[in-house]
Structure formats: C-alpha cells, structure tokens
Design a protein around this ligand. Sequence first.
Ligand code: URA
Length: 243
Amino acid sequence: MKQIRLDKYLSDMGIGTRSQVKNLIRKGKVTVNEGVVKTPEFKVSSKDVVNVDGIQVSYVEYEYLMLNKPGGVVSATEDRRERTVLDLVPDSARKDLFPVGRLDKDTEGLLLLTNDGALAHQLLSPRKHVDKTYFATIQGLVSEDEVERFAKGLDIGDEKLTLPAKLKVLSSGPVSEVEVTIQEGRYHQVKRMFEAVDCSVTYLKRLSMGSLKLDEKLDSGAYRALTEDEISSLKSGNKESEG
Ligand code: URA
C-alpha cells in the first residue's frame, strides 16, 4: 500500500466523513505508532499502527463483494433518479466501490463490487475473453440451429461478428430456457444476440463471471464478501474456483 493521508485512511475505513475525522485528528484523538498526530495531511501506510481513542484501526486496501442484483436497479455508482447497486450496500465502510461492468436495469444476478481497478480491468478487458454465463428465458423456439449460429458468431449490427458463444438449451418450445456463455460485454449483448435469431429475451440473470459463481444462498438484493479462494481464483484467471 502506498502512503496516504491520515484523514483519508480513517474515512476510507468508515470512521467518519473527511471533516469528522479531521476534527478527531485535530482534537488529538488519533495516534500513529503511539504518538499523537494532529495534522490530517500526515502520511501513513499499512505498516503504521493507527489508533482512534485507543482502538486500533487497520487498513483494508481492497474490498470485494458479490451482489445478487435484483431487477430495477442500475449498475452505476450514482444516479440522480434511479436506485443504484451501491444503494444496496449502504453499510459498506468504503466509499470507493464500483460495479465491475454493467448489467442492464432489468437483468439480475451476479455483480462484483470492488475498489480494485486492476482486477476490474483484467475481468473487463476484451482481450482477456473472460466467460460470462447467463440464464435466460426466451420468447421463441431455441433449437440446435441457434446453438450452431451462436457458436459461429452472430451479426448483431456491430462492425464485427460476436465471438463464438456457447448456448445450452435447457428447454425448447414457444418459450425456451437457455444458458448462454459469452466472452465479451457489448451493450445489451445477450438480448441483441437473440434478436439476431428472431427471438427475444424476457428474463436474464448472470450466473458466473470467470471463476466466480453466484452464491445460490444469496437472496435477490443480498451481498456477501468474496472468500480468499474466490479472490485468488479471479486474480489468477482460473476458470473454476475451488469451493
Ligand atoms: N447482455 C444483455 O443483453 N444484458 C445484460 O445485462 C448483460 C448481458
């Protein structure tokens, strides 16, 4: 961890707003390595022992949360009109979390929230071809023909065809159920792929992203911290996490 200002350190850890922690510091309530520090700009790192009123405050640099996104909320950090995915994690200590990629407002399921920009980049970079698997309910008959067309790549009106996508048909009829795995994250991609084969998506839920699988025990709108195994699998780019 690089050195950061003492007031940022404390407000990142949820001790208070920037002005509240500045007050605490100026009042002499904060010690660094047992010496009182009264300047909010004082630089500290994770090697320093920081106490507030005698209680140690350790610095957690990165946070990783798995959210089971419900429909009706937008994948943004702020929105003037709509509820955002961050409104669903109000008790998070950190103020710098953001969603890794976007799900449409009506799409549900796995969304990773973090402040780790490097991991987000790794997961979102088009060159990395990270698998994203969705469950979808489809208005229209989905058959082997569509499986082949998805596997070849589809013209969805962009400059390039989509990369090959895996389509698993769970049930086929006037309304079909599928699992679809794509390696890109183009705007409305799954919906546009089904439109390209004359069908429409009526329900969409993300089940996994890279090695990270949606925890089935998470109710819609609930979240939990990732386990150490989940974090290290995601970072190493493993396809499967160990448990
Ligand atoms: N594809 C879509 O069409 N929508 C999403 O939210 C995600 C993938």
